[in-house]
Design a protein around this ligand. Structure first.
Ligand SMILES: Nc1nc2c(ncn2[C@@H]2O[C@H](COP(=O)(O)OP(=O)(O)O)[C@@H](O)[C@H]2O)c(=O)[nH]1
Ligand SMILES: [Mg+2]
Length: 323
């Protein structure tokens, strides 16, 4: 903490296995801005190095418990996994985040565990997750496991960042159906019925099989891969090795079929779209504050100007090449 470390130093240390350096890089990435850009430039070479696995499902389905067991399984198999735990709540509400972090930190000292706030900066996860994945990839971590709660935009952003998405459901009346309604089944490359020690696990598996069979899982554009269904008890580790193998098998399928490149292209597109959208947003706001626009806004408010005409004043201010 005595000398100020440059980004280059931090990256060199991170690649050399310094976990604190990796942690600081991740904080900088989360903050966004030019420093995050610089880090992205310097960690780009390692971007494709690791497998990226998204784990999603309803709160309480046992994702954190499963991730802990999975991380242990990958470590036993000789891998060096990292976990990004995404919590949709503010970092200031800390309780749940800290709880997860402490629980998972106990797993194994070779794994890297990190909680990610979803409200770090504008654009949130769609920008910070790819950046974090680059940092962890260049530091040699694989797989990079991202745990997220299955809700809304957070879900979409995390799924886009992952090569393989694991959807966790639990036994219970219509849980698989609920997951389907929430759009979770469409993004699944691997299904896990966790808490298989509980009654009704076989019914849940049958529900899933039926939905797959009937084509209710409409988003499965990848016809070369039928998502396997793995039963687990994350508390005693039953089925965890099968999940690990299913993840590896799916990754191998992506590589051999050329679909990995396709997913990476989709990811790159989303990252660019997010950045472009933010930049555009910023320019619109700036233009709206200009004197010319203030007058136009007054006229629009007073009914002297139509919205279309106001737009014709605004457009050239946002993009001088537009007319
Ligand atoms: N019976 C049983 N309980 C589990 C299993 N996996 C997790 N749990 C419990 O389910 C609760 C929620 O687990 P957690 O991992 O925090 O779920 P998350 O919100 O999806 O991350 C905890 O009390 C766990 O101990 C399992 O396989 N069987
Ligand atoms: Mg959790």
């Amino acid at each position: 903490m005595t000398e100020p470390l440059t980004t280059e130093h931090l990256i060199a240390r991170s690649i050399g296995g310094d976990r604190r350096a990796t942690g600081r890089l991740l904080s900088l990435v989360e903050r966004g801005g030019p420093e995050a850009d610089r880090i992205a430039e310097l960690t780009h070479a390692g971007a494709d190095a690791g497998r990226v696995v998204g784990i999603t499902g309803a709160p309480g389905s046992g994702k954190s418990t499963m991730v802990a067991a999975l991380v242990a399984a990958f470590t036993d198999a000789g891998d060096r996994p990292a976990v990004l735990a995404v919590d949709p709540s503010s970092p200031l509400t800390g309780g749940a985040i800290l709880g997860d972090r402490v629980r998972m930190a106990a797993v194994d000292s070779t794994a890297f565990i990190r909680s990610v706030a979803t409200r770090g900066h504008a654009g949130g996860l769609a920008l910070s997750i790819p950046g974090a994945v680059r940092v962890l990839g260049s530091a040699g971590y694989t797989p990079i496991v991202i745990e997220t709660v299955g809700v809304g935009q957070v879900e979409v952003d995390v799924t886009a960042a992952a090569d393989t998405t694991v959807v966790v459901v639990t036994p219970g009346m219509g849980d698989a159906v609920q997951a389907n309604k929430a759009g979770l089944l469409e993004v699944a490359d691997v299904f896990v019925v966790n808490k298989a020690d509980r009654p009704g696990a076989d019914d849940t598996r049958r529900d899933l099989e039926l939905m797959l069979e009937l084509g209710h899982v409409t988003g499965q554009e990848d016809l070369g891969h039928r998502p396997p269904i793995v039963m687990t008890n994350s508390l005693d580790g039953t089925g965890i090795e099968a999940v690990r193998r299913a993840i590896i098998a799916h990754g191998d399928h992506l590589r051999s079929s050329g679909r990995l490149v396709e997913r990476h292209r989709r990811r790159a597109r989303l990252e660019l779209a997010t950045r472009a959208g933010l930049q555009f947003d910023h320019r619109v706001r700036q233009a709206l504050d200009s004197p010319a626009m203030r007058a136009a806004i007054d006229d629009l408010a007073a009914g002297r100007l139509s919205p279309g005409s106001a737009m014709r004043v605004l457009a050239p201010l946002v993009d001088p090449t537009a007319r």
